[in-house]
Ligand binder design. Sequence first.
Ligand code: ATP
Length: 207
Amino acid sequence: MIGIYGGTFNPVHYGHLRTAIEVNEIFALDELRLVPCSQPAHRDEPEVSAAMRVQMLQLAIQATPQLQIDTRELERAGPSYMADTLASIRAEIAVDRPLFLFIGTDAFNGLSSWHRWQVLFDYAHIVVMTRPAFKPETLVKFYADKLVNDKHSLKSCASGKIYFQQVTQLDISATFIRQIFAMQRNPSFLLPEAIIEYIQAKQLYKA
Ligand code: ATP
């Protein structure tokens, strides 16, 4: 089983890393790939280049062999659509091999605005990483026929289901981290020290 964890990662932080480690263990994945987007479809292009965001990801996972980085979105021109990414990964693996797309609740609440979102289910299962009191905003009719409550049933088919998995969510966002740097406040314990040093050396996120 392969897991995909997409994001802008501008920068990657402990909110991403903690949940990535947890879902990797919970679903006993063969591999979990962090997939940095090149050109986000739903927001302005980040001021920090995709290459730099990948370098920060590399610093983040250097001592965590369970996590990998998949840079295919950097090799494609135009907006980074997850539908295209999953299609290209699915084309490389066995048709019956389960593929999991992990998304946070904020991403899930906007899922129905994603480019060709329905086809995501042709390629993968979607696992929404939730907090304990999570109430989905997305209309249930979008996915009611796909919802499963037993995670083991996800392994019996390659794609097409949706599952809600509770994880430890740290209340950290990249937006907040960029603000911390812009205000020249102390970013310690929000993201790995090596990334803090990288950001300071490259003078990123300055006001
Ligand atoms: P920004 O603040 O710039 O929007 P972000 O911190 O939300 O960034 P993204 O790279 O946009 O990070 O998010 C990638 C994925 O990680 C999304 O599916 C998002 O829901 C999830 N995610 C982000 N922060 C957390 C967190 N603290 N805990 C769990 N999941 C998170």
